[in-house]
Design a protein around this ligand. Structure first.
Ligand SMILES: [Zn+2]
Length: 67
């Protein structure tokens, strides 16, 4: 529980913001970072591409389709 925004220090007024510690605007700017970290655990990286493959791709043709 927080009484102030942990990012900008503004006073929090709604219960949801108080609980997460950020005002809606700051939460909106923080949330993308969180979701990126949570949705891409290391295990989800495709096993067939190693760092060597990646470097090889850079050597051979510059850009590689990363999708
Ligand atoms: Zn804020």
């Amino acid at each position: 529980m927080y009484s102030k925004c942990q990012k900008c220090g503004r006073k929090l007024t709604d219960p949801e913001s108080i609980e997460r510690g950020y005002g809606p605007e700051c939460w909106g700017s923080i949330l993308p970072h969180y979701s990126i970290e949570q949705e891409e655990p290391e295990e989800s990286i495709p096993g067939q591409m190693t760092i060597e493959d990646f470097l090889e791709g850079l050597k051979n043709g510059g850009e590689k389709d990363m999708s």
